[in-house]
Ligand binder design. Structure first.
Ligand code: CP3
Length: 343
């Protein structure tokens, strides 16, 4: 039995004594304890070594007191398992030196056996569950197929992912073959995460907002729908499609238990679009954590009031920035934990 199951109860729509809180990318560079491990091991070495992934996953639980742990890994381990080389360039970001552009390139990727290629993630999850010892739930995750396609085709980070979009619009059949392969891999991968002990799952569609509502349906949502359908009866699933507020209603209809939202949509509008039967997660502007602490505390109270006491998970609207002071991150978490709604 979990000692703190606020997140899971909120995802089930139950009333809770207070709003649960965690932060996207909470295991990362703003923590000196993470930097200490980072200085010794390469990025994928940290992902592939269960003891390191476990230590990093638990850091924010101990140091900032969040109500959930999120597996330390990366969305790009899936393209790697599918056969693409993925590098992480320090202070630059991901680099895939041989991206997918043609039919011949697509022949290089496969739907892998996830136990063989991603078994280290399942081992990390088992170890994390053991070390967490039921203090808080563990969130597993994967990238949504559209966001993974962006990196697999563009080959690196981008503000527009114009080459990935051009690939989809110029060679739609190829794009859909690739999206389906990513989807099939992701379903097997997430089922493996559940089997290993993940309590809930989040799908990151970081680049969903680059698509028009119609293209979001075709290139992203129809694949997200398959993934949610495959796992939702086993664990509650959260969809975070940054910028895709126009499709909150459709995302809610997938059977997901929660929807992540960014700071560009007000709480009442998100609730109106998503309906009342789903948890909303968000939506503090990550850059606001650079404000003075009293401002963070005031704005957290405003955020909590705007979402109200039911079906809200406090979080940032995107990942925490590496230059956020730890005491500001802690102030964010504590402000949520101290807040109570009037009865
Ligand atoms: O949330 C967590 O704390 C768990 C771990 C986690 C990482 N990446 C670790 C990481 C999660 C959930 C991710 C997801 C991820 N990775 C996304 C989706 C979420 C989002 O932020 O939009 C995306 C798009 C990626 C791809 C990726 N990985 C990028 C673009 C980068 C470089 C830029 C950046 O933000 O650092 C990474 C590297 C990465 N993944 C780091 C961490 C802690 C930094 C690596 C380092 O230590 O230098």
């Amino acid at each position: 039995m979990l000692q703190n199951d606020l997140l899971l109860r909120t995802l089930r729509g139950e009333k809770t004594e207070r709003t649960p809180v965690w932060m996207m990318r909470q295991a990362g560079r703003y923590l000196p304890e993470y930097i200490a491990i980072r200085n010794k091991y390469g990025f994928f070495e940290r992902c592939q070594t269960p003891e390191l992934a476990c230590a990093i996953t638990i850091q924010p639980v101990d140091i900032v007191g969040v109500d959930a742990a999120i597996l330390f890994s990366d969305i790009l381990v899936v393209p790697q398992a599918m056969g693409l080389e993925v590098q992480l360039k320090e202070n630059v970001g991901p680099l895939l030196p041989n991206p997918i552009k043609t039919v011949a390139d697509l022949a290089r990727v496969r739907v892998p056996d996830v136990d063989e290629t991603l078994g280290y993630v399942f081992d990390a999850i088992k170890l994390i569950k053991q070390e967490l010892n039921d203090r808080v739930p563990l969130i597993g995750f994967a990238g949504a197929p559209w966001t993974l396609l962006c990196y697999m085709v563009q080959g690196k980070g981008s503000k527009t992912f114009d080459e990935a979009k051009a690939f989809c619009y110029a060679q739609p059949e190829l794009a859909h073959q690739l999206l389906q392969m990513i989807t099939d891999t992701t379903i097997a991968y997430l089922k493996g995460q559940i089997k290993a002990g993940a309590d809930t799952l989040q799908l990151f569609d970081s680049w969903g907002g680059l698509l028009s509502p119609a293209d979001f349906e075709v290139l992203s949502l129809q694949y997200i729908r398959q993934i949610v359908a495959a796992v939702k009866d086993e664990v509650p699933t959260i969809i975070f499609a940054k910028g895709a507020w126009h499709s909150l209603d459709k995302m809610a209809a997938t059977g997901a238990a929660g929807l992540g939202i960014d700071w560009c949509i007000p709480a009442n509008m998100a609730r109106q679009f998503a309906g009342n039967d789903i948890a909303l997660q968000g939506n503090f502007d990550p850059a606001k954590l650079l404000s003075p602490i009293p401002v963070i505390e005031k704005e957290v109270r405003e955020m909590l009031t705007a979402f109200g006491p039911n079906r809200h998970i406090a979080n940032l609207g995107h990942g925490i920035l590496p230059n956020v002071p730890v005491d500001h991150a802690r102030a964010f978490v504590n402000a949520v934990k101290e807040f109570r709604f009037e009865h």
